[in-house]
Design a binder for this molecule. Sequence first.
Ligand code: AFP
Length: 315
Amino acid sequence: MGEGISDYTKFCIDLRRHMWMAGVEMELRRLIWQIAVTGKYISAKIHESNRKLAGFKNMYGEEQLALDKSSDAILKNQLQFSGFVREYASEEQDRIIQIGQGQEKYFVTADPLDGSSLVDTNLAIGTIIGIHNGTMYGKGRETMVAALYITYGPLITMVYSAGKGTHEFVLNREGEYVLSQENIRLREKGDIYSLGGLRRDWTPGHLRFVTDLEAAGYKLRYSGGFVPDINQVLIKNGGVFTYPALRKSPQGKLRLLFELLPMAFLIEQAGGEATDGIRRILDIPVEEIGQRSPIYIGSRYEVEMARRYLEEVEK
Ligand code: AFP
């Protein structure tokens, strides 16, 4: 290992070396590496973006920036030539795309550019990836073998887990992902909270949960971008993010396959929890690609606290 890396990186641990040392299986290692490299191309696209709307809508009826489309195309094209991916499902596509020959074991899900509505504001945005073995339907705990996200902010960072802890890398000026935090661990109890949805639409149990967090002095941290908001909980080693069931949309807003499963995998690998309020996210069967679910994710204490409130107040 280590071939082709710069003198600078010889003194650091780069992504390839880390995965090799962690014993990640060869094909999975190459796939994760290729996706991380694709993040560099997406980041270049973001920089050259002219911020104009493409003027069409995706399958969920949302405005779609040209940037979403091009990030999706970049990812799909890169994965097509990996030789390891059978099917690709993206939040920007209305169906699963067969990109392999039929015998490859990996199925990749992508939210190619989550939070793209934040591009104009210059807040951080991100790419979310799930990697499944054999199928992407069924329970995530049975199908998922890895997950990662890339943040495009003041720094480009990549957080991955292949089931052996959750690790963060930073893209350095030489274009290499170098290890910045190995085995990130969430504290049992945090002190920040991040809340999606409007207060007037919350259910009584959720409202009581939030009221008690506020009374206990939790600090509000919400950017409206799922990747940086989860990243904050992870990198600050604790706290909770929720996008709850709302009165008019009991399944919340966020998508199980593209957004919630990868983040649940990463947070659990860091010692945290992720539920829909009651059930573990990795135990919710994926039945269709556009499926949504409420989410409570982060430190164990807050996620368990939410479960108690939802069970007591809403039964
Ligand atoms: P977009 O996909 O429309 O940019 O939505 C971003 C997002 O999916 C996720 O990144 C945020 O956590 C969530 O929506 C924010 O939703 P609200 O605007 O309702 O707070």
